[in-house]
Design a protein. Structure first.
Length: 498
């Protein structure tokens, strides 16, 4: 194409377009002819321009930024290069999201918020895929699909159903800790800039001596925690359903760059076996009095995406993406996510999702994976697609073998509810709240439960009572129950034995 025509519109294959205003027809009133290549290309592409939305975390916002290490002692715990020295700077991309709603849902719905960070390190991508809460509703991945179904739409009415939610929660008492957080002020954060993020799961760090430490990651907002009340969130839902997206974009565009303190709780490997709670239980936190936060760096978001679809919608995060000096843990929910996340990405945006610019590592990638739909990067040219080979293809390096662990025990479907302490941590959280926060928590629960069948109300109130008598009494009173009518389970209440 000549220099003067370099800005001429073309088809996807590069054919210059002479008329993008009128279809090719037989006469001015005539039918469209089949040979109108431009019309059919545009319509066909339009019909396919939406990839399937995420089953969860469908609506989200993203931004680019960087992480700076500030802790000189991190090499004592990990050999990961991004923590190797104070001042080490690592580029990253963050995606915040609501969890249960569809792409068109409101940003201020009562819902956990996704908090996913992709660190583009010189040793590959590290994806910290978490939420704005330190715990979750369930502790066994076998129940994940069941739980998410209750947060979606009733298969008959296609409406959101408080009955489905509370029926599941009341029959799954391990959910009480997260339910208490969800219906507190933290369930409706004031935008994404004013909330914390957590790995929630337990991961591990490994140092150069091959010593392992279990860890939980915390991202503490430097903007300060700000939340909406239920009434404010409902008002904003009607006024600006894209409030969090607008707030994040405008803040960065105006040079007001959001920042978070990046911290970690650290537990030596040997202490995990004897710790008084299961350190791999996603429904529980590690008390900070026992494992205090250690600040390791700062995260800054300083650049908006140029194209939402390319950089936010196609961003794919997965907890299996770790770097040398990091590892996983026996956390059952984490183990399930290691499998399900990449599987979801392959279904949604294709088997080559890791080659998309927003997901591609910023260090060399050398793999024997080939072909597949939408392979657009040269497919490694004439390089071999098998290993071992004798033509200088990439080879394994024993220095990067996984940290060895000894595991014993019977292979069985072990009952995760043998640990029946569902109530200590939710009760502690309730007692940490001031009177106004407790009133809002109880009011939010009552508003959600008022249309739920009485049998489910009664079953759930029994859980609140076990966490704290004032907690249960407040909800019972708000729903019009007398304590004597809800304090004793009946035979058909279905409460899990504890």
């Amino acid at each position: 194409m000549s220099e003067e025509n370099k800005n001429v519109m073309t088809t996807d294959a590069g054919r210059p377009i002479g008329d993008n205003q009128n279809s090719l027809t037989v006469g001015p009133r005539g039918p469209v002819v089949f040979e109108d290549f431009l019309l059919f290309e545009k319509m066909a592409h339009f019909n396919r321009e939406r990839v399937p939305e995420r089953v969860v975390h469908a609506k989200g916002s993203g931004a680019h930024g960087y992480f700076v290490c500030t802790n000189s002692k991190m090499p004592e715990y990990t050999s990961a290069s991004l923590f190797s020295s104070v001042g080490k700077r690592t580029p990253l991309f963050v995606r915040f999201s609501t969890v249960g709603g569809e792409k068109g849902s409101a940003d201020t719905e009562r819902d956990p918020r996704g908090f996913a960070v992709k660190f583009y390190t010189e040793e590959g991508n590290w994806d910290m895929v978490g939420n704005n809460t330190p715990v979750f509703f369930i502790r066994d991945p076998l129940k994940f699909g069941d739980f998410i179904h209750t947060q979606k739409r009733d298969p008959r009415t296609n409406l959101k159903s408080p009955t489905m939610m509370w029926d599941f929660w009341s029959l799954s008492p391990e959910s009480l800790h997260q339910v208490t957080i969800l219906f507190s002020d933290r369930g409706t954060p004031d935008g994404y800039r004013n909330m914390n993020g957590y790995s929630s799961h337990t991961f591990s760090l490994i140092n150069s001596k091959n010593e392992l430490f279990y860890v939980k990651w915390h991202f503490k907002t430097k903007q300060g925690i700000k939340n909406f009340t239920r009434e404010q969130a409902d008002e904003m839902r009607g006024k600006d359903p894209d409030y969090a997206q607008r707030d994040l974009f405008d803040s960065i565009q105006g040079g007001n760059f959001p920042k978070w303190r990046v911290c970690v709780q650290i537990m030596p490997e040997k202490e995990a076996d004897t710790y008084h709670i299961n350190p791999f239980d996603l429904t529980k936190v590690w008390p900070q009095k026992e494992y205090p936060l250690v600040e390791v760096g700062e995260m800054v978001l300083d650049r908006n995406p140029e194209n939402y679809f390319a950089e936010v919608e196609q961003a794919a995060f997965e907890p299996r993406n770790i770097v040398p000096g990091m590892g996983y843990s026996p956390d059952k929910m984490l183990q399930g996510r290691l499998l399900s996340y990449p599987d979801a990405h392959r279904y949604r945006i294709g088997v080559n999702y890791d080659a998309l610019p927003v997901n591609k590592p910023q260090c060399p990638a050398r793999t024997y994976n080939r072909d597949g739909a939408m392979r657009f990067d040269g497919n490694y040219g004439s390089a071999p697609n098998y290993e071992p080979n004798s033509v200088n293809g990439p080879v394994e390096d024993p220095a990067y073998r996984e940290h060895s662990r000894t595991i014993s025990g019977s292979v069985d479907r072990h009952n995760h509810r043998l640990d029946a302490d569902y109530y200590t941590q939710p009760g502690n959280l309730f007692r940490l709240m001031n009177l106004f926060e407790r009133d809002r928590l109880i009011g939010n629960i009552v508003a959600s439960m008022k249309t739920v069948p009485e049998s489910i109300q009664k079953r759930q109130i029994q859980h609140f009572l076990k966490a704290d008598p004032a907690y249960g009494a407040g909800v019972a009173t708000g729903l019009g129950w007398k304590i004597k009518d809800v304090s004793t389970p009946s035979k058909d209440d279905g409460v899990a034995a504890d």
